[in-house]
Design a protein around this ligand. Structure first.
Ligand code: HAM
Length: 490
């Protein structure tokens, strides 16, 4: 007799893989913010004649080592760098300016009318410590103008950054400073080093390392006690040569002319090595939450040495900005910017009763799509009540009800979801009717709708009950009925 098989070991359920730390999903509820930011970015850049560029996610490690700086945090600590299967050293891009400069040289953009003005809306990757407003995949709206050393371009980029936030409903102020030319910066760095050496005992171990590698970075330090120390540090503005001072003064004059709100921040430095002359960061005015204070929504500056550093023409000049989309969205929410409730509503909800109606539904959907309206359905639900409940949840403006009878008659029921009023319409003419109704509804303000609903209630007009028709034998086509009662949702 065969021996009974040993009871099978219960299968161990493996843990569902989770998000990688520092990365996020953007769920449908958030989508409006992302679309809105991209739309405003697209419209501002269109008005200023910037052209969009799409850049690859992967670049050579050498590109960032040469441009952002071998000792910069972005390169030493934060870069997702690895060897690809072919043995090439590549990195998930940590920033976009170096990429744009590479593309400018690689595609001979120097031969186009200068400056070449480009914008991007892309993801970047930095293995930073995740915290409020700091993610390992971040999105930037970037602006880059290459091929001009004119300070008016500095002002134009800063002005665009300011207008971008204003358009989004976020009040911001720009912090500006100048790093001058590399030559004029040398004396300043020596002086800064002297100053911090005198206070070496107050520096953390991390800052002592920074002091040896790049003393400018100490001005960026968030270590305890550094604010007081930084306040007494020498200021770069006092060390700028005449050319650098003149450039900066001109840029500020243009900003004044354009009425861009800014403050001079003599200790502002940036985390990337390629900057020269004007640099800036964007901060929210009066943020509601403390974590938002001191969190730059965006930043940028001039980078006249970048294109030559990558082998391009000397004196090419460049100025740009990277505006952080993730933080911009946090700022929009803090500023009370929300999706208008009307925009959340779906235009049409399609209800079907019976298989023939379901099949016809696909064709009706196509008509509505071509008519430019949004349409939802619950094909999985059978009863009209259940389908109308979904329509209500989606705040549909109008519902279409198609039963067996209507399929045979070539008609369809149109229900106003705000008033409950229903009418029967020839299916061939329904798109035109829906479009007229939806346009009328979009024009009607919420206040008007509420007032009308209240009036109806006082007059004892109740919404039309939903009549659920059972599939029945065909009858001659019914005449189009119109009911004009307007009331709140059914
Ligand atoms: P950045 O200051 O490194 O500059 O980044 C610009 C903006 O990107 C920041 O102000 C911030 O809003 C956002 N950002 C940076 N890191 C993170 C993060 N870990 N999580 C969320 N948001 C972040 C640049 O990248 C330069 N390429 C900007 C530029 C363009 N300069 C000239 N042209």
């Amino acid at each position: 007799m065969p021996t009974p098989a040993a009871p099978a070991e219960p299968k161990k359920k493996s843990k569902t893989p989770e998000l990688v730390r520092g990365f996020r999903d953007v769920l449908p509820d958030e989508q409006w913010y992302w679309d809105r930011v991209e739309q405003v970015a697209a419209s501002i850049t269109k008005s200023y004649s910037f052209n969009r560029i799409r850049l690859p996610v992967l670049e050579s490690v050498a590109l960032f080592e040469r441009t952002a700086g071998k000792e910069s945090d972005v390169v030493t600590k934060e870069m997702y760098a690895f060897e690809d299967p072919g043995g090439d050293k590549v990195a998930l891009r940590p920033e976009g300016t170096a990429q744009v400069a590479r593309a400018y040289i690689e595609h001979g953009m120097v031969n186009q009318p200068q400056p070449v003005k480009l914008w991007y809306f892309e993801q970047f990757f930095r293995h930073d410590r995740p915290q409020f407003g700091r993610y390992r995949q971040l999105q930037q709206f970037g602006l880059e103008a290459l091929g001009s050393i004119d300070p008016i371009i500095d002002a134009q980029i800063m002005l665009m950054a300011h207008r971008f936030y204003r358009e989004l409903g976020v009040e911001v102020v720009l912090h500006v400073n100048s790093l001058g030319t590399p030559a004029s910066r040398k004396d300043y760095i020596a002086e800064l080093l002297n100053y911090f050496k005198q206070h070496k005992n107050k520096l953390s171990e991390l800052d002592k390392k920074r002091m040896l590698k790049n003393p400018l970075r100490l001005l960026d330090s968030k270590e305890p006690g550094m604010n007081e120390l930084k306040a007494g540090a020498p200021q770069i503005i006092d060390y700028l040569d005449a050319e650098s001072k003149a450039h900066f003064m001109k840029a500020l004059e243009y900003l004044d002319e354009a009425e861009v709100p800014y403050v001079l921040d003599p200790h502002l430095v940036r985390g990337l090595d390629y900057y020269t002359h004007s640099i800036f960061e964007v901060f929210m005015i009066n943020p509601k939450n403390d974590e938002m204070k001191g969190l730059a929504l965006g930043g940028g500056g001039r980078y006249d040495g970048l294109v030559p550093l990558l082998g391009g023409r000397e004196n090419t000049g460049g100025m740009g900005a990277g505006l952080g989309v993730d933080r911009t969205i946090l700022a929009m929410k803090q500023s009370g910017v929300f999706q208008p409730s009307e925009e959340k509503r779906v235009d049409i909800f399609f209800c079907q009763l019976g298989e023939a109606a379901r099949r016809k539904g696909l064709a009706v959907f196509e008509k509505i799509r071509v008519g430019g309206m949004s349409c939802a359905e619950a094909f999985g639900k059978g009863s009209l009540k259940a389908q109308l409940e979904v329509a209500d949840k989606l705040k549909a403006k109008m519902a279409l009800i198609l039963g067996q009878k209507e399929v045979l008659d070539g008609t369809i029921i149109v229900r106003d979801m705000d008033s409950g009023a229903q009418e029967i319409c020839d299916v061939e003419k329904v798109v035109g009717l829906l479009a007229r109704r939806v346009v009328a509804k979009n024009k009607m303000s919420l206040v008007e709708k509420t007032a009308l609903a209240a009036e109806n209630l006082e007059a004892g007009i109740l919404p039309e009950p939903v009549e659920i028709k059972k599939p029945q034998a065909p009858k001659p086509a019914a005449p189009i009925q119109k009911k004009r009662k307007l009331f709140g949702r059914h």
